[in-house]
Ligand binder design. Structure first.
Ligand code: SF4
Length: 64
């Protein structure tokens, strides 16, 4: 699984951090999301997919 974040879309809502805090965080300097783990383990899949689904601007893509 590979997590791709489109920072051009991110609007700092923070839903991704709430859903998967071990994969996403908010950068203190920019206020935008950062990916902590671009290749999270399979057991994180449900949380990562939830984060992608709940991002209001669809900034998160998950590839297999
Ligand atoms: S949920 Fe989407 S818009 Fe909000 S911080 Fe995460 S990536 Fe950015």
């Amino acid at each position: 699984m590979r997590v791709i974040l489109d920072l051009g879309r991110c609007n700092a809502y923070g839903n991704c951090v709430i859903e998967a805090p071990d994969v996403f965080d908010i950068d203190d300097a920019s206020g935008l999301a950062i990916v902590l783990d671009e290749n999270p383990p399979e057991e994180r899949r449900a949380k990562v997919l939830a984060a992608a689904r709940l991002c209001p601007v669809l900034a998160i893509t998950v590839e297999d």
